[in-house]
Design a protein around this ligand. Structure first.
Ligand code: HEC
Ligand code: HEC
Ligand code: HEC
Ligand code: HEC
Ligand code: HEC
Ligand code: HEC
Length: 255
């Protein structure tokens, strides 16, 4: 039994180290020392997704120094497909240069002007950490009042209280909860990476997101209040939408 375990470990070591050694021919030791520990702790390492899974062309076996979204596509088809449909990814989908904050009309952090949008922009591709991707990555570029006000909201407190797991919990509300919502497709849940999807029409977010936790009236009264959106929902709603009163009146009449 013990011999089996040792044999398995030697074989595993051979494959993993062999993989790193093949990479090392193209890399400096300093780069390897930085990246190896990030990868070793990642969901990818657990699932035996190695350096070569992304850094080697499947057909030609050629080394790829800077993989793009195409290297993720074979395993994460839905994420790539949805990313390419939204504002973040559509330029890449059209074969143009990547989106950068320099092209934006919304306010952006000056330090991010030249930062190129790709899968590795929000995810550190070697740790594939989703917690950091859910808020901190967004705020490395976005600098409008709505985005900056998030940290003052009850939603942010929920995330801070629950966020220490490998993935944001279903009870916390991050930027991604509203803008990259989790969706069911068949029996699996995936993150819809189309960052335009929940914006138009505006009440799509009510059904897709808010009503998982809030009632319909509360959600509508919040989302159609421009000041409350700008405050990133850091106060309770105060307005009473007329159309909701009208729906209620209509229901009364029908009774
Ligand atoms: C999930 C896919 C994936 C895996 C697995 C992966 N890489 Fe990367 N790697 C990338 C992407 C994407 C980039 C970013 C390219 C860019 O900056 O445009 C990158 C960049 C790099 C760079 C350039 C420096 C940097 O930090 O940006 C080095 C060096 C590197 N990877 C080494 C490795 C090594 C060694 C391993 C295995 C321990 C590994 N990678 C595993 C996708 C991956
Ligand atoms: C050879 C297949 C393969 C490739 C290529 C690949 N991944 Fe993955 N990825 C996986 C598997 C398997 C998991 C873990 C199981 C799961 O959550 O689906 C995973 C998990 C993830 C996660 C979730 C991490 C977590 O903590 O739950 C992210 C984010 C991710 N991958 C991003 C990427 C990105 C970005 C690329 C391209 C640069 C990429 N992956 C390339 C197979 C792959
Ligand atoms: C705008 C930032 C951003 C970009 C760009 C981005 N991601 Fe993500 N991704 C996230 C966040 C945030 C989560 C976690 C959201 C959650 O769990 O609620 C996530 C989750 C994931 C997951 C795990 C959940 C799942 O759907 O199975 C995978 C895999 C993934 N991303 C792959 C990719 C790939 C591939 C690309 C490039 C096509 C990409 N991501 C680009 C922010 C981003
Ligand atoms: C590399 C910088 C960068 C990062 C990181 C980033 N974004 Fe963006 N985002 C942009 C740019 C640039 C635009 C386009 C703004 C414009 O056209 O004025 C944009 C647009 C948007 C839009 C508007 C989409 C539309 O159709 O109008 C939303 C919503 C958004 N981002 C949310 C997020 C969220 C949530 C995250 C983190 C999960 C995030 N972004 C991460 C740069 C970034
Ligand atoms: C509770 C849900 C929710 C959370 C959390 C949230 N947003 Fe939003 N976001 C919205 C709504 C609603 C709008 C307004 C949509 C509209 O104007 O039609 C919006 C608008 C935006 C826009 C502007 C889109 C445009 O074209 O004007 C950006 C950029 C954005 N959010 C980024 C972020 C970032 C970054 C975070 C986290 C720091 C965040 N949001 C947190 C719901 C949310
Ligand atoms: C995962 C569950 C969840 C989702 C999704 C969610 N919320 Fe919340 N929201 C909460 C919780 C929990 C609170 C805190 C309630 C409390 O403390 O009384 C809250 C608080 C609020 C508040 C009050 C803030 C305050 O300071 O009192 C507003 C407004 C709000 N949410 C609007 C929205 C809108 C609009 C959406 C959709 C765009 C949304 N929420 C999505 C769970 C959620």
């Amino acid at each position: 039994m013990r011999k089996m375990v040792v044999l398995v470990m030697v074989l595993l070591g051979f494959f993993v180290l062999g993989d790193v050694r093949a990479m090392a021919e193209n890399l400096s030791q300093a780069e390897l020392d930085k990246i190896n520990p990030l990868w070793q702790e990642s969901a990818h390492a657990l699932a035996e997704i190695n350096c070569s899974s992304c850094h080697q062309d499947a057909q030609t076996k050629a080394f790829i120094a800077q993989p793009t979204y195409e290297s993720c596509q074979s395993c994460h088809e839905q994420e790539v497909e949805t990313f390419l449909l939204g504002k973040h990814g559509i330029r890449l989908g059209e074969g143009m240069t990547p989106l950068t904050p320099g092209m934006a009309h919304l306010p952006m952090k000056a330090s991010a002007t030249g930062k190129q949008m790709n899968c590795n922009t929000c995810h550190d591709v070697h740790s594939v950490n989703t917690l950091q991707a859910s808020v901190d990555s967004c705020l490395s570029c976005h600098n409008d009042r709505h985005s900056l006000n998030y940290k003052q909201s009850k939603h942010a407190q929920l995330f801070a209280a629950q966020g220490s797991l490998p993935r944001p919990t279903a009870e916390s509300v991050t930027c991604a909860t509203c803008h990259l919502p989790r969706q069911e497709r068949g029996s699996t849940v995936f993150v819809n990476h189309n960052n335009t999807f929940t914006l138009l029409p505006r009440d799509r977010m009510v059904k897709e997101v808010c009503m998982n936790c809030h009632g319909m009236e509360y959600s509508y009264n919040s989302i159609f209040d421009d000041e409350l959106v700008e405050a990133d929902f850091s106060e309770p709603p105060t307005q009473q939408l007329e159309s909701l009163d009208m729906i209620r009146a209509l229901k009364q009449k029908r009774k």
